[in-house]
Design a binder for this molecule. Sequence first.
Ligand code: FA5
Length: 346
Amino acid sequence: MKVQLLSLKKACLNAIKEVETLRSLQEVEVKYIGRKGELTSILRGVKDLPDKQKPIIGKLSNKVKNELETAFKVKIVELETAELNKKLKDDNFDITVPGPDNNLGHIHPLSQVQRKVENIFGSMGFTVMDGPEVESEYYNFEGLNIPSWHPARDMQDTFFIKGKKDKKHGRMVLRTHTSPVQVRTMEKFGPPLRVIVPGRTFRYEATDASHDTTFYQVEGFMIDKDISIAHLKGVLAQFLSRLFEKDVKVRIRPGYFPFVEPGLEVDFSCLICGGKGCRVCKHTGWVEFMGAGMIHENVLKAGGIDPKKWQGWAFGFGLTRLVMMRHAIDDIRLLLGGDLRFINQF
Ligand code: FA5
């Protein structure tokens, strides 16, 4: 039996050596060491051997089996490598070409600028707050000194949420501005306050190059003792020069918002046309940038703050318009349009 095993080994190793394809190698494997192969049929005879020989032959047959299995593995690698090399040669396959792009995403330009705004105000001691996008009429309007009968309601075209009505606070709306977070924050934390609120806002408006139905605003407000518009000017000057890293002309003119008194409008010289006039600035050279003013005493009262002891200012600007200025984007609708050809440029 020993002789049988050794000659099987020799024959099998020779066959492995001769083989040129993986398919024929598999046939050799089945023939010699498969379940119904020659090695198995030899081993069937072990039970008939004298007891003394059984362990010797058993050991030898295991050794032969292991050696043959290793020889098969080595040959598989050899054949596969040869096949790959042949393919590389035949196909003109260039292994130095980089692999497919793994398509890593990146931060949206709106979020990039929002982070910058948060950092600048953060360094001036402002806290970043958040508020609900689906807001009650009370916080969006009444709490801000805009009762339902007031003509100022027409200033902001509103999406109303069908069928939802909060008992205490009226209908639900998609917030038209970030100002509702003013009263919410006053109620929650009380004075003194130094807060900014970046967030998404919605208006039922016809869209054009500078108006969208969904856009981002940043609210800012400061409430303390002896606060005046001079502090607002100082904070804005610091903010704008750090954000644009260059001189930007700012125009302050009287404005009207029911929640501030006096009210201000702050405009920027248009950075897209350099003030010459284009479709973004409606050919005026100025872009409407923010509303601001001293917080109306009715708003402070709604927030549970005594207007005789505390004063403050507030502002609200369009973050989306700021991004347009920063990157000279001449149509607001591109920013949330989802076109990767556009967004991948930032
Ligand atoms: C407001 O929303 C006030 N809440 C701002 C405010 C806050 C005033 C605190 C006083 C004190 P206004 O409606 O002007 O104001 O909007 C503010 C800014 O949002 C605008 O200057 C503009 O930059 C941006 N904005 C308004 N409507 C749109 C729109 N449809 N698309 C893109 N940006 C818009």
